[in-house]
Design a protein around this ligand. Structure first.
Ligand code: NDP
Length: 294
């Protein structure tokens, strides 16, 4: 079997097009422009790159973005005060605090400060709590898991009654992904570093979501034939043939998995492009919420 490739680049482009149309309509009808505020604490180059790409995407889609930078030695009080100012700013619909923050900052306390209606990353405990509860809906869903769900839907992968195995239980990917899939009526198993026999679980999975951070850990012979594989992992491995000296691979060994699976996301070009697209979607939603209250 050779798996159908789930093309995240294409799906993300479709989602972005839909957002751009909705943003233009909002301007035209209501003279209202969605706004995203980014908060970057410290000088971590990877975080700075992520924030820049989010700001560039805002520009492309007609969303206003305002960047706020604090030095690496900024105090907890300074970060919280900035978030509180952004909460009160009517021009700001979404607040994105780039993680990780420097060690001395209490991440949970900062995320708790974000106004629920501006929590476009979906990490506020109330939003996560609603995601976990039956019959409740969060205002915002964390962007990477939301992107994975969009990819499954686009590929026509049924979730109702499906056996889903999530490998990884982080707050930003594995855990919310598991909650989303159980809301979508899948039977969900969460695996992690203490799971005794990962293969035993993977072998019966119709849907596999890998969010581990371990290059090519899951091989084709661990999978059930015909399953759908969503590979969230982004890992650098040495590659002398590449001019950068490395290449990016997922948590799943693509070639062997593609022989067995029915559908699979590549890395790069799978989940990666979806994350920013879903952030833009959440920002549009935050603007819709604010607009409805005017
Ligand atoms: P974390 O390090 O926070 O979590 C990794 C998870 O993998 C943990 O739950 C850990 O278990 C589990 N794990 C580690 N080793 C094993 C093992 N041998 N068997 C089974 N499970 C194991 O990572 P993130 O969730 O933040 O990210 C995961 C990957 O996804 C990374 O490669 C990251 O770069 C990528 N990523 C990609 C995004 C995108 O936009 N495409 C966005 C976010 C992340 P335990 O809890 O027991 O420690």
């Amino acid at each position: 079997m050779s798996a159908k490739v789930i093309d995240g680049t294409k799906v993300a482009a479709r989602v972005r097009d839909e957002i751009a149309v909705a943003v233009a309509e909002m301007k035209e009808k209501y003279n209202y422009t969605p706004g995203l505020a980014t908060v970057l604490v410290g000088e971590d180059p990877a975080s700075a790159t992520y924030v820049r790409s989010k700001q560039r995407m805002c520009e492309r889609l007609g969303i206003r973005s305002v960047g706020h930078k604090l030095p690496a030695d900024a105090s907890q009080e300074e970060v919280v005060a900035l978030v509180a100012r952004l909460n009160a700013d009517p021009e700001v619909n979404g607040i994105l605090v780039q993680l990780p923050m420097p060690k001395h900052i209490n991440e949970e306390a900062v995320l708790n400060t974000i106004d629920l209606e501006k929590d476009v990353d979906g990490f506020h405990p109330v939003n996560i709590g609603r995601l976990a509860m039956k019959g409740r809906d969060p205002l915002f869903i964390p962007c990477t898991p939301a992107g994975c769900m969009e990819l499954l839907a686009d590929a026509g992968v049924p979730t109702k009654g499906a056996e889903a195995v999530i490998v990884g239980r982080s707050n930003i990917v594995g855990l919310p992904m598991a909650m989303l899939l159980q809301k979508a009526d899948a039977t969900v198993t969460i695996c992690h570093s203490r799971t005794k026999d990962l293969t035993e679980h993977l072998e019966r999975a119709d849907i596999v979501v890998a969010a581990i951070g371990w290059a090519e850990m899951i091989k084709g012979d661990m999978l059930k034939p015909g399953c759908a594989v969503i590979d969230v992992g982004i890992n650098r491995v040495d590659d002398a043939s590449n001019e950068r000296g490395y290449k990016l691979v997922g948590d799943v060994e693509y070639d062997s998995a593609a022989e067995v699976a029915g559908a699979i996301t590549p890395v790069p070009g799978g989940v990666g492009p979806m994350t920013i697209a879903m952030l833009m979607k959440n920002t549009l939603r935050a603007a819709e919420i604010a607009l409805a209250k005017r």
